[in-house]
Design a protein around this ligand. Structure first.
Ligand code: ADP
Ligand code: ZN
Length: 614
């Protein structure tokens, strides 16, 4: 639907132009068209016509006489000069001529009506038709006129689900299980009505963006083989004022006609936000929401219309929307776990040609935290990379590289780092890796690289957990902070100088330390008191403080102390392993990219050598 927006604007624009043209037409062209022909005649003809009683209308002034012939079909106006003729008036009167103040210099009423009203309308309609046809072509066949009629066309909503099935949605087993019941109901409603059970009218799919909520809704329609109406919440409000409510009404009218069917409302938070009763609030949105609530109340639970809605801000929804009888069933669609990621990768890999030996488990492990949409993107990036390198199938390396592209951006092929900078970056990255490897409870290092990326990263150390982690201990979190400070610590230990390269590390370490204190209850003084509340867990999870100013000061002090302690620990680790730090940094400096195994080999071998020599 989004692409239909600009044609709508240009439709108005076109109509504006047509209006202006018509105005000009009426002001300039039609007066010219309707001007009567004026013929100059001699006075003799005039006198003869008086005698023959053939004068129709006559108009006289000081300089000229205008007259018409009786029953003249051509509507000609004759003009003649004024002569001294005292009995003229009497003779004209006797001849039965009509004296008029002014002779209408225009055509007969029917013709002028045709020209002033009918012709413009015909032109207007013809132009409108033509333009509408053109715009429909532009808008991909949708009826672009429908917006102005207060009624939206059915075609706008009904989408082909293109045969999407549950099997196309990988992972998300819990969500599928929950939705399978609805599919079953749509297949066999009698089974449910016999018992007296009624289906929930609305099901709310909640979860972060790109986790497959839209896909799941389509899959429900695909599995039940029913029509699928889809509209995005923002579409209700982006149109003209007053359109939202009528769109809702229209949508439900159509849905009821087509029942059983699925109505899918994406981004429902756009209309379903809590009504706060503020003066000057968004009236349009509230009307739309009220209409939606009314419609949902208005139909019986068992009429076969199932409404699915998706949102990634469930906490912002109006409670009226989530109460029983409306969207009372909530299906979480979370980020996929390790197994889910592997399955999603495999589903999407079917669409591309891969080498036989691709290890999806490793890729899934590397892509921790990725959503289904990210994974689809990773697969596609890998395929593009294969093409770019002139190959016909995708390799493991393509996939690994594309994860890095999705995480860190493309390699900057011609970024020129000075020799000294490159050395600093190498030490920085090895600093991270060494601190990580020296602590127990740290995720193993998978890869270290110092090739600059378009995201601005000059290098990075990729750590990958063996499996998904659902719980983190306090020690693990502390070690994570220590690892983050390891880069800066290496710069200090080796060069006695610090650089700007640690800004991202600093940000992450601070965030982590802060969460430990304010949200995870991991400080000694605050015990299990929540000092922060998370605002929207699915969209970045920014938090707002919920404590007094004094406590805030205390929190800040504790965050600093926590990070400081871990930074000190990192420095100690690096000082104790200085020889290894130098060797590994040199190795990385030369090779630019090293794997976790290469790193561990040197790390371990070196450790033993040192231990022997001591
Ligand atoms: P959402 O509606 O949750 O934002 P979508 O359903 O639009 O996400 O998913 C976007 C794309 O991501 C899909 O077209 C699909 O290619 C991919 N995707 C997301 N989740 C999955 C999944 N569980 N299985 C397969 N593909 C997925
Ligand atoms: Zn760093």
């Amino acid at each position: 639907m989004k692409e239909a927006k600009s044609p709508k604007r240009s439709l108005l624009y076109y109509y504006g132009i047509v209006l202006i043209v018509l105005l000009l037409f009426n002001m300039i062209v039609s007066p010219m068209l309707m001007q009567r022909q004026v013929v100059d005649t001699d006075y003799g003809t005039f006198m003869r016509m008086i005698e023959n009683n053939t004068i129709g209308e006559v108009q006289m002034d000081d300089s000229e006489i205008l007259f018409t012939e009786k029953d003249d079909a051509n509507y000609v106006v004759y003009r003649t000069a004024v002569l001294d003729d005292p009995t003229l008036t009497q003779r004209l009167y006797d001849s039965g001529a009509e004296f008029s103040g002014t002779i209408e210099q225009t055509m007969n009423p029917l013709l002028s009506f045709l020209i002033t009203f009918v012709l413009p309308i015909v032109i207007f309609v013809a132009l409108g038709q033509y333009m509408n046809k053109k715009l429909i072509e532009q808008a991909g066949g949708k009826n672009a006129m429908s917006f102005g009629l207060g009624k939206s066309n059915a075609k706008v909503y009904v989408q082909s689900t293109a045969g999407i099935r549950f099997s196309d949605v990988a992972g998300e087993d819990e969500a599928k299980e929950s939705l399978a019941e609805i599919v079953d109901y749509l297949h066999n409603p009698k089974k449910y009505t016999d018992v007296g059970a009624s289906m929930p009218k609305g099901v709310l799919l909640v979860g972060p963006p790109g986790t497959g909520k839209t896909m799941l809704a389509k899959a429900v329609a695909g599995e039940s083989n029913v029509p699928f109406f889809s509209i995005s919440g923002s579409e209700f409000v982006e149109m003209f004022v007053g359109m939202g409510a009528s769109k809702v009404r229209d949508l439900f009218k159509q849905a009821k006609e087509k029942a059983p069917c699925i109505v899918f409302i994406d981004e429902i938070d756009a209309i379903g936000k809590k009504r706060d009763g503020q003066i000057g609030g968004n009236d349009e949105r509230e009307q739309t929401l009220n209409q939606l609530l009314t419609e949902m109340d208005g139909f019986e639970g068992n009429n076969g219309v199932i409404i699915l809605a998706a949102t990634n801000r469930p906490e912002s929804l109006d409670p009226a929307l989530t109460r029983p009888g409306r969207f009372d069933r909530r299906v979480p669609v979370e980020l996929p776990d390790l197994k889910g990621r592997e399955e999603i990768l495999k589903v999407h890999a079917k669409k591309i040609r891969t080498e036989g030996n691709v290890d999806y488990h490793t890729i899934a492990r590397m892509a921790s935290g990725a959503s289904g949409a990210d994974l689809a993107n990773i697969i596609n990036e890998a395929a593009l990379r294969a093409v770019r390198n002139g190959r016909t199938s995708v390799t493991q390396e393509d996939l690994e590289e594309s994860i890095e592209v999705v995480i860190a951006g493309y390699q900057k092929k011609n970024a020129v780092l000075s020799d000294q900078e490159k050395r600093v970056v190498a030490y920085h990255e090895i600093g991270h890796a060494l601190v990580a490897a020296s602590q127990s409870h740290s995720a193993p290092v998978q890869k270290i690289t110092i090739i600059p990326r378009t995201s601005g990263a000059l290098g990075y150390t990729m750590q990958v957990e063996q499996s998904d982690k659902y719980l983190m201990t306090r020690v693990e979190l502390e070690n994570r902070i220590a690892t983050l400070t390891g880069g800066r610590a290496a710069e200090e230990v080796v060069f006695g100088e610090v650089t700007t390269g640690a800004s991202n590390d600093i940000e992450q370490a601070t965030k982590l330390a802060r969460s430990m204190i304010t949200r995870y209850g991991m400080s000694d003084d605050f015990d299990m008191v929540a000092l922060e509340t998370v605002n929207n867990q699915y969209l970045g999870g920014d938090a707002s403080l919920a404590c007094s100013a004094e406590t805030q000061r205390e929190i800040d002090r504790k965050v600093v102390a926590l990070v400081k302690a871990q930074h000190e620990k990192a420095r100690q680790i690096l000082n104790a392993n200085r020889a290894k730090l130098d060797e590994l940094a040199q190795f990385l400096y030369e090779k630019e990219t090293i794997t976790g195994e290469e790193f561990m080999q040197i790390f371990n071998a070196d450790g033993k050598k040192e231990a022997l020599s001591k």
